[in-house]
Design a protein around this ligand. Structure first.
Ligand code: C2E
Ligand code: MG
Ligand code: MG
Length: 492
């Protein structure tokens, strides 16, 4: 695996631990991934907590043994045993089972202990019930980790028990209250321990579940800090000639390296940062087109820019595009805007008007990831588009089963009949390419023709393809050119 890709994977993994469970339920497609996000550190905290409880149980058992309080010793040993069982369950990977068993057992234990050994008297208040607050917090943390009615119920039960035990001096009729000599010390030790555990819970929530705010902040500053980059992926026509590129956003995070868009765009959407990021992408794309303008090879390429629905709906989107084109003296025909089906969530009429206004000056429009969104075909008739981009999931399935092949064939035919230029994304093999050509697909994009690459690498790539192309040189015929080079190398 190339080093860049490895770094990107590491960054992806690192950043995934920051996703925000407070933001809503996990996606139905990735419950395990969702569950894993916080588990690593939380498992560590839970194991430490189990060991602490075990140590506490053994410590008190030893103290009470010295006072010949055998029933309390048995209770404290039971607590240590319970903590040991919880530790074993967590260590064996059964986090959820460990949580359910230990939380219920600890709730029963704390209430029973309070009623049996810890009835308040004129001198000493009850203390053990403070641990119910810790248990309630544990339930809430677990609920944040993974939404659960059980965790909410256990949290509510702990809080109710805490209130009742705080406000009353209830005790079992057969209670054996701990001697005052030990209680005078115990209230301090338990008070400090329970407070420390509460603080640990607050720290855990803050550290594990509020981090995305920090990330959103970093994301907002990333543009100003020049951490955003555009990568370019070639798009080729039926002759194998590169006729354009898609600009794809990357975040070069100072600590986590290169982060791919799928790992930060959802957060940017959620934080309302897409107009900011998208604005930067458009500006950078126009700069690139301006830099390519006078180049005999690059000047003929189109550049496709992804525009999110939230960015497209911003009031001044149209005027800002016009302004950028004017400022950088870009030929609008070289700029293609890629929209996804999510734009139709919004009012269709203003969307259509906006597309038409921008098309009027020569900008073209593509519908990205076709078939993966809202699946209403009526908008194909209503949206004034130039290009249909078939999502790579369809391309990948096209050779896996007859239905996959039939689907791709039908989509391409539909696009052709409706007068669109049809581009297939995510082509990785010659077989996929050949099949798509047979189906009449017009344009192609995928690793087979080139991965997304930084601007300099992309221009080198295009020039190299032109140099390798048979005379007369065509504009960056990468695929054909590389084949020619391979043939030359073979015959040499
Ligand atoms: P997209 O617009 O559909 O872009 C194509 C994605 O497919 C890119 O992922 C590209 O690297 C990947 N890809 C291309 N060919 C192949 C292939 O042969 N095999 C495989 N497995 N993947 C291939 P990338 O760059 O990670 O971008 C993911 C998505 O992030 C994009 O999907 C687009 O929806 C979004 N995105 C990227 N840049 C921007 C941006 O500037 N603005 C907005 N709004 N969205 C962006
Ligand atoms: Mg795209
Ligand atoms: Mg796409």
């Amino acid at each position: 695996m190339p080093v860049g890709e490895q770094r990107s994977m590491v960054a992806r993994m690192a950043i995934k631990t920051w996703e925000n469970p407070l933001a809503g339920p996990p996606s139905s497609t990735a419950p395990d991934a969702y569950e894993d996000k916080h588990s690593h550190r939380l498992v560590f905290y839970y194991k430490v907590a189990a060991l602490l409880i075990m140590a506490m149980g053994l410590f008190w058992a030893a103290i009470f043994a010295g006072w010949h309080q055998w029933s309390v010793v048995i209770a404290d040993l039971a607590l240590a045993g319970l903590a040991a069982m919880g530790w074993l369950l967590i260590a064996s990977g059964q986090l959820n089972a460990a949580m359910i068993v230990t939380q219920v057992a600890l709730l029963v234990f704390a209430v029973s202990y309070a009623l049996m050994f810890d009835a308040p008297n004129a001198e000493f208040p009850r203390i053990v019930h403070l641990y119910l607050l810790v248990l309630a917090m544990l339930g809430y943390i677990n609920h944040l980790r993974r939404k659960s009615k059980f965790q909410l119920a256990i949290t509510a039960a702990c809080l109710c028990a805490f209130v009742v035990l705080s406000c009353t001096s209830y005790a079992f009729p057969f209670a054996q209250t701990i001697p005052d000599g030990i209680r005078s010390v115990g209230i301090w030790i338990n008070g400090v321990l329970a407070t420390a555990m509460m603080w640990g819970g607050i720290y855990t929530i803050q550290r594990e579940f509020t981090r995305p705010k920090g990330l959103a902040l970093e994301l907002r500053n990333a543009v100003g800090n020049e951490e955003m980059e555009l990568y370019y992926q070639p798009q080729v026509n039926q002759a194998g000639t590169i006729h354009g590129a898609e600009a794809l956003l990357r975040w070069r995070h100072p600590q986590h390296g290169l982060i791919p868009p799928n790992d930060f765009i959802p957060l940017a959407e959620e934080a309302g940062l897409m107009p900011l990021l998208g604005g930067w992408v458009l500006q950078e794309a126009c700069r690139t087109l301006a830099a390519w303008r006078h180049d005999p090879v690059l000047g003929k390429l189109t550049l496709a820019v992804n525009v999110s629905a939230s960015q497209f709906q911003v009031e001044d989107f149209e005027s800002s595009v016009l302004e950028l084109i004017k400022m950088h003296q870009v030929n609008p025909a070289r700029l293609k805007l890629e929209l996804t089906e999510s734009v139709i969530v919004h009012d269709l009429a203003p969307t259509v008007a906006r597309i038409e206004n921008l098309r009027a000056i020569g900008i073209t429009f593509a519908l990205d990831d076709f078939g993966t969104g809202y699946s209403s075909l009526s908008y194909l008739r209503k949206l004034p588009l130039d290009q249909l981009k078939i999502d790579r999931s369809f391309v990948q399935e096209s050779l896996e089963c007859d239905r996959g092949a039939a689907l791709v064939k039908s989509i391409i035919q539909l696009g052709i009949d409706l007068g669109f230029v049809v581009l297939a994304e995510g082509i990785e093999t010659d077989a996929q390419h050949a099949f798509l050509i047979d189906c009449g697909c017009h344009e192609f994009q995928g690793y087979l023709f080139g991965r997304p690459m930084p601007g300099d690498a992309f221009t080198d790539h295009v020039r190299q393809a032109v140099m390798a192309a048979p005379t007369p040189p065509r504009v960056g015929s990468l695929h054909a050119a590389l084949m020619v080079r391979a043939k030359r190398a073979k015959t040499a």
